[in-house]
Structure formats: structure tokens, C-alpha cells
Design a protein around this ligand. Sequence first.
Ligand code: HEC
Length: 195
Amino acid sequence: KKMVEQIRRGEQVDPMPGIVGKQRSVHNTYFTLPVLFIMISNHYPMTYANAKGWLVLGVLMLAGVLIRQFFVLRHRGQVKWWLPAAGVALIALLMVLMAPKQVDAGGEKVSFATVKAIMAQRCIACHADKPTFEGFAQAPKGVMLQTPEQIAAHAVMSAQTVASGYMPLGNLTAITEEEREKIAIWFAQGARTAD
Ligand code: HEC
């Protein structure tokens, strides 16, 4: 716009805005894949719910840059397979490092009372017949976690969503790692709803 304005006014054209624009376009090229990932990342809570989420995102962005660079070079006739291979290797490394840890079900028994108390503190603000969390008029997806029967009915999904970091949503109720582990152990021990 600045350059067109200069041409209109019959002034000498300063090429700088065009050069800066080209530079931004190059940056955008490398941001393409990371931005696409961020847009769908809601489906991958294990990435953003990780305690080192910023590092996970950094590695994923680097992988995106490597893969994009492959296409940039290929458009110029150079085919460098090590680039996407390195990108995929980085993602594979993340998967290995971030894989959920196996919990030891053989250790001390986690009582149902403990799990119920955790859910009362961290879940039922949303998952109740009358949610108290601001903005929630009803239990999300009809999932209520107030009674032993309700907790039993949603035990599998509760264990999975808590382990992946999806629940509590955005960790708005500040569950601790220790509490997450307790729920995982309770589930591995058979998800009893009586002590
Ligand atoms: C701040 C509100 C909030 C809190 C707190 C919360 N949830 Fe949720 N929960 C949601 C929302 C919203 C959904 C629906 C998400 C969707 O549709 O993908 C949901 C969905 C679920 C589901 C159904 C998942 C599915 O895909 O069917 C389960 C099970 C669940 N939550 C368990 C829990 C547990 C266990 C806790 C506590 C450790 C918890 N939630 C805390 C808001 C919350």
C-alpha cells in the first residue's frame, strides 16, 4: 500500500516495505504447519496440558519447519529427504517421551473415598446436575460425577480424559499430578465404587 501510494504521488519508490513483506511471507511459510497444528490441538490435550507444554510446542514447530523446508526446496528442484525424516523423527521422539506412564496397580490401594473426594473438588463444579462453574448451565455431555453409580458409569472415560490432560477442562479446577495419578491407580485397581 505504501509503495502504491508513492507511485500514485509520483515519488521515488522506497523498496523497503516490499522487502519486509517478502520476509514476513517467508516466516509465514515456516509457520504454516505449526499454525495448522495449533488450530486442531484441542484434540491433543496431552500436548498443551503437559507441564512443559511450551517445549512440546517448540519441538512440534521445529518439526513443522523441517517438513516445510522440504517442500520449499523441492519447488526449487532439490529433493532432500532427510528434512521430513528429521521432522517425523522429532515427532516420534516426543511420542516416546510423552507416553503416559504405566501406573503401579500393585501398590497401596487407592480408596473410592479418595477418588470421590478428588472428583468433588476438581470435577463436579461442571459435572453436576446443577453445575456451579460459571458459564455451565448443565453437565457437559450429560456426564455427572456426584454419585458412585455416576462415577462408575463414566469410569473409563474419566480415567482416560484425566490421564491425557483433557479433563479437568483447561485444568480450570487445578488438579494436581498426584491426584491424576491417584485416579489412574484407582482405575487400574478395578475402579471400585465401594471401599
Ligand atoms: C470447567 C468445567 C469442567 C471440569 C472442571 C471438568 N470437566 Fe469434564 N467436561 C467438560 C466439558 C466442557 C466436556 C465436554 C467436552 C467435549 O465435548 O469434548 C467434558 C467432558 C467430560 C467427559 C466425557 C468425555 C467424552 O468425550 O465423552 C468426561 C468423562 C469428563 N468430562 C470427566 C471429567 C473429570 C473426571 C473431571 C475432573 C477430574 C472433569 N471432567 C472436570 C468440562 C469440565
